[in-house]
Design a protein around this ligand. Structure first.
Ligand SMILES: *Cc1c(COP(=O)(O)O)cnc(C)c1O
Length: 457
């Protein structure tokens, strides 16, 4: 008999979690203005808000923390971390930052100016925020294949080369760089193929436009290349990673994802001028260039996390769990972005709450319903997150309206996934009776989804 799949680790420490009653949750959600970001964590039973900074560190990472060097400048922890980044990504210059958006802030402060145009495959919200707040324009060039959630295509995160070339030809001299996000978080944690990475880099370089890799989930992207793309099955994740970054000009990294640390990030580049430019902003924003907003101990944990999470077994365990949750939704016929992505399942809220008009934010409404059903906190990646057009101030209803259930790394078991799927099924079964959504009572001018206050209609 063939042995079944099992996790490639065992558990050394546990953290109790608590269930609540529906009545309690109704009260709490009302107090949170129907925005799950405003809930207290202890009001949540299974927390799938994000896979960012929520992973469980390994015994090796914890022990590496004890060896942290907290010297202000030139700490051993920095050099250990820098060596790992150079080895994995083949980049020459490395600047630590406290998280991914800080890396964007430091690098973009030196590179982005008013009137610039920055194409990308569905810019992440903070990336778009850092572009738009500098009065530059972020243009999405993701393949249209990503828009059809039911289409089975292995690399829905890909760049449309036609769309990209159009932006490059129409904006000559105004494009400081292109952002290539792996995996493509916004369209469903969908990977970008090696072929598409190479084609994108070559096309940009043909127009003398550098490429910045938004790298939060580089290891999951490499896993999908290994398992889905012809010609890579015998290559290691580390070999594939190195290949993905060949010719790439710089990277920004949210280490809270595939670095499996609770806080951290960095910039790496091969461009000396960019390095010098970024250093100037790192010092006032983040701190001296060998710590950049991180403790020595956290740099040590990150160095270890990057090495161990770029091993096949670790990634296989993770993606297997995401795919397990997807298989349960298949059984219940609940529509989600297919095939399952790397870090999350993105339920197609438009296809679930078909009676809720888009002006009443179906995915946001589904987020509320899932929380009320079982205390499960997911998040909206849809019309609320898409925010308003910076010029017209109209809501942007053009994209997908998704409920994201992000799976923290090494935190929950498959039994928790069963609870999540069952709760979603219960909501799905009564979808016909849900006819009204939510309305905005107050919103911030930028990145409104974190703090928006809503009322239930
Ligand atoms: C999380 C994320 C960021 C921002 O990183 P933070 O660490 O949250 O600041 C940027 N890009 C992508 C693709 C991300 O997933």
């Amino acid at each position: 008999m063939e042995l079944p799949f099992a996790e490639s680790w065992k558990i050394k420490m546990i953290e109790p979690i608590r269930k609540s009653t529906r009545q309690e949750r109704e009260q709490w959600l009302k107090e949170a203005h129907y925005n799950v970001f405003q809930l207290r964590a202890e009001q949540v039973y299974i927390d799938l808000l994000t896979d960012s900074g929520t992973g469980a560190m390994s015994d090796r990472q914890w022990s590496a923390m004890m060896l942290g060097d907290e010297s202000y400048a030139g700490a051993t922890s920095f050099y250990k971390f820098e060596a790992v980044v150079k080895q994995l990504f083949g980049m020459k210059y490395v600047i630590p930052t406290h998280q991914g958006r800080a890396a964007e802030n430091v690098l973009f402060s030196s590179l982005v100016k008013e009137g610039d145009v920055i194409p990308g495959n569905a810019h992440f919200d903070t990336t778009k925020g850092h572009i738009e707040s500098r009065k530059a324009k972020a243009i999405d060039v993701t393949t249209d294949k990503a828009k059809d959630t039911q289409l089975e295509y292995p690399f829905k995160g890909n760049v449309s080369l036609e769309k990209l070339e159009k932006v490059l030809t129409e904006n000559k001299g105004k494009v400081p760089f292109m952002v290539l996000t792996i995996t493509n978080n916004t369209v469903g944690g969908q990977p970008v193929s090696m072929e598409n990475i190479k084609d994108t880099v070559n096309l940009c370089h043909k127009y003398n436009v550098p490429v910045v890799m938004d790298s939060a989930r580089f290891a999951e992207n490499a896993y999908f290349i290994k398992t889905r793309e012809e010609g890579y099955k015998d290559k290691s994740i580390k070999e594939i990673t190195k290949m993905m970054y060949e010719g790439v000009d710089a990277m920004t990294m949210s280490a809270k994802k595939d670095g499996v640390v609770n806080m951290g990030g960095f910039i790496a580049t091969n461009n000396k001028e960019w390095f010098e430019g970024a250093k100037l902003f790192c010092i006032p924003f983040e701190g001296y260039v060998t710590y950049g907003g991180m403790n020595g101990r956290d740099l040590n944990a990150l160095a270890e996390g990057l090495m161990e999470n770029s091993e096949y077994d670790m990634l296989h365990t993770r993606i297997h769990q995401v795919q397990y949750l997807a298989s349960l939704l298949d059984e219940y016929k609940i529509p989600y972005q297919r095939p399952a992505g790397g870090h999350a399942i993105f339920v197609d809220a438009d296809k679930v709450l078909t009676h809720v008009p888009k002006e009443e934010f179906p995915a946001q409404t589904l987020t509320c319903e899932l929380y009320l059903e079982a205390g499960i906190r997911a998040c909206e990646i849809g019309y609320m997150l898409a925010d308003r057009d910076p010029v017209t101030r109209e809501n942007r209803f053009g994209g997908l309206d998704l409920l994201r259930m992000a799976i923290p790394r090494r935190v929950y078991t498959d039994n928790h996934m069963k609870v999540v799927a069952a709760a979603l099924k219960n909501v799905y079964d009564k979808r016909e009776s849900i006819t009204r959504g939510v309305a905005i009572e107050w919103e911030a001018p930028l990145m409104r989804h974190f703090t928006v206050q809503l009322k239930r209609l």
